[in-house]
Design a protein around this ligand. Structure first.
Ligand SMILES: Cc1cc2nc3c(=O)[nH]c(=O)nc-3n(C[C@H](O)[C@H](O)[C@H](O)COP(=O)(O)OP(=O)(O)OC[C@H]3O[C@@H](n4cnc5c(N)ncnc54)[C@H](O)[C@@H]3O)c2cc1C
Length: 473
């Protein structure tokens, strides 16, 4: 791995001069907190945590880091699942928590200007109060930040109808590792002006620039919604129903897939029962809009399509309280699964019609390696979160078997026309698998792009792209 300069007391003094003494932390609790995110049980403490509040401070900090060869890891809410915010080379964690202002909600043009440290759900609630909607809704939205969502190109259940985070970003302000300020995009809905640098930074996982301001597109808030819960006697039938549902001519707002084990762990953790909790698999299908009769009709069409694929019990939630209960349980699954044992969470995505092959294949691979697996996720997007649980497997067997099982699962996803991450990113944990999904030429172009933005390699080192000598490209 690339080597960096140590953070001497004199350099820490310079950081204090840039952001103010109280916003530079070297105490053990701050270093421990910022040495973890939600990825497995990995821990890489930084040498210092710095919390700037504006782009000028970020610029001065990055100039210093580039000049002195200091590694800098940007951090949002720390909810990432691929280790993007882990300071794997030590050095500086650049926390964005003080960039927490919603600068403008432009009701006339349905746009907003925000700082990247705004919590996703806080922003959603603020625009909803004005009858507006910002659909990207990762299940972690109560603690993830908009900047972290952009950097990971986050999705969520509503992506199936409304698209992912990147589909709502019109422009950005970002600071390059040199300290230069880069402004991309404009406050317009169409833009054919040069290369699309906005979309290049989205999904760049904090390796190209630090995002300091965001222009977002909004839409009107749909006033009505209904949720259908469909129970299936087998995983394969639930997976196969998904493609037919979309062929019925209705686009649901969400189409989530849960296997029984996922429901059971969420029930246990939340102390509440999920309707149809004993079914082998369930789909949660939501429709939304402004005209209740139209939604009732759509529900009929969807129910017909699901029944043709063996859905037995169909339950409709229409009251806001009931709908909230369903989503609370769904959003609780991720945390509940992670509380069982050490785990690896994979984020495979395939064309919708290939879901049954993916789910069957994952079960077969995990059984062969003696690993318990729990699958759930955004079936409407073909995006299945595969959780591999360590249980009581000994450490060396787990390290070997889980690594090999993940490799086979990724090879399967790619062979089905899919890829290895739909929304969690590559970060630290998936970079060794990137060549399964991308060919040598694509990796070469990505390396060149990284060099243009960050020739000294100080920004989020050890992420996305493996060291050239390890990758062989
Ligand atoms: C229970 C649970 C449920 C989840 N559900 C979903 C889901 O439904 N959909 C989904 O997509 N993800 C989900 N995630 C994953 C995670 O929440 C997302 O990846 C989220 O976008 C990370 O945001 P964050 O603010 O926590 O970023 P962090 O984890 O802090 O950082 C993520 C990456 O972004 C970079 N970064 C952060 N801020 C900036 C910035 N301002 N400029 C440049 N780079 C920056 C970091 O360097 C890092 O590489 C879930 C996670 C958990 C724990």
């Amino acid at each position: 791995m690339q080597t960096f300069q140590p953070l001497t007391p004199a350099l820490i003094e310079q950081l204090r001069a840039i952001v103010g003494r109280e916003y530079v932390s070297t105490d053990t609790s701050a270093l421990e907190l910022h040495g973890r995110d939600e990825t497995e049980d990995l821990f890489f403490p930084p040498d210092v945590v710095v919390r700037p509040s504006n782009a000028e401070e970020v610029s001065a900090l990055l100039q210093l880091a580039t000049r002195e060869r200091l590694p800098v890891t940007p951090r949002g809410g720390g909810t990432g699942l691929s280790g993007g915010a882990l300071p794997v080379c030590g050095g500086i964690v650049l926390s964005m928590e003080r960039f927490n202002r919603i600068l403008e909600i432009d009701e006339e043009n349905l746009q907003a200007v925000v700082e990247p440290g705004v919590i996703t759900e806080t922003f959603q609630k603020s625009v909803e109060e004005k009858g507006l909607y910002y659909p990207p809704d990762p299940a972690s939205r109560g603690s993830s930040q908009l900047g972290g969502n952009l950097a990971e190109r986050a999705g969520g259940p509503h992506a199936v109808k409304y698209g992912v985070t990147g589909d709502y970003v019109l422009g950005l302000e970002a600071v390059l590792p040199s300290g230069a300020l880069l402004r991309t995009g404009a406050r317009v809905l169409k833009n054919a002006t040069g290369y699309n640098l906005t979309q290049l930074l989205i999904g760049s996982e904090g390796t190209l620039a630090v995002i300091t301001r965001i222009i977002l597109r909004l839409i009107p808030f749909p006033r009505e919604r209904k949720v259908l819960l469909a129970a299936f006697p087998s995983l394969e039938q639930a997976a196969a129903a998904v493609a037919s549902l979309f062929q019925s001519g209705v686009t649901p707002a969400t189409c989530e897939f849960l296997e029984r084990a996922a429901v059971e762990v969420a029930e246990e953790r939340l102390g509440r029962k999920f309707p149809n909790g004993s079914a082998a698999a369930q789909l949660i299908v939501e429709v939304d809009g402004n005209h209740e009769p139209a939604l009732a009709e759509e529900i009929q069409v969807i129910a017909g399509a699901l029944e043709r694929h063996g859905a037995s019990d169909l339950l409709l939630a229409e009251e806001p309280r009931k709908i909230r209960e369903v989503w609370d349980l769904r959003r609780g699954i991720g945390e509940a699964v992670k509380a069982i044992s050490a785990y690896k969470e994979e984020d495979t995505v395939v064309p919708r019609s290939k879901l049954p092959m993916l789910v069957n294949g994952v079960k077969e691979i995990c059984t062969r390696y003696g690993i318990r697996s729990i699958c759930y996720g955004h079936a409407g997007d073909g995006n299945v979160h595969v959780n591999l649980l360590k249980g009581d497997m000994d450490d060396s067997a787990w390290a070997r078997s889980s690594g090999e099982a993940v490799r086979e699962i990724f090879q399967l996803a790619v062979s089905l026309g899919g890829t290895i991450s739909g929304e969690h990113g590559i970060g630290f944990t998936q970079k060794e698998y990137l060549p399964i999904a991308l060919d040598a030429q694509a990796l070469r172009v990505m390396r060149e792009i990284k060099k243009v933005f960050d020739p000294a390699g100080i920004l989020n080192p050890g992420k996305v792209l493996a060291e050239e000598k390890d990758a062989g490209v």
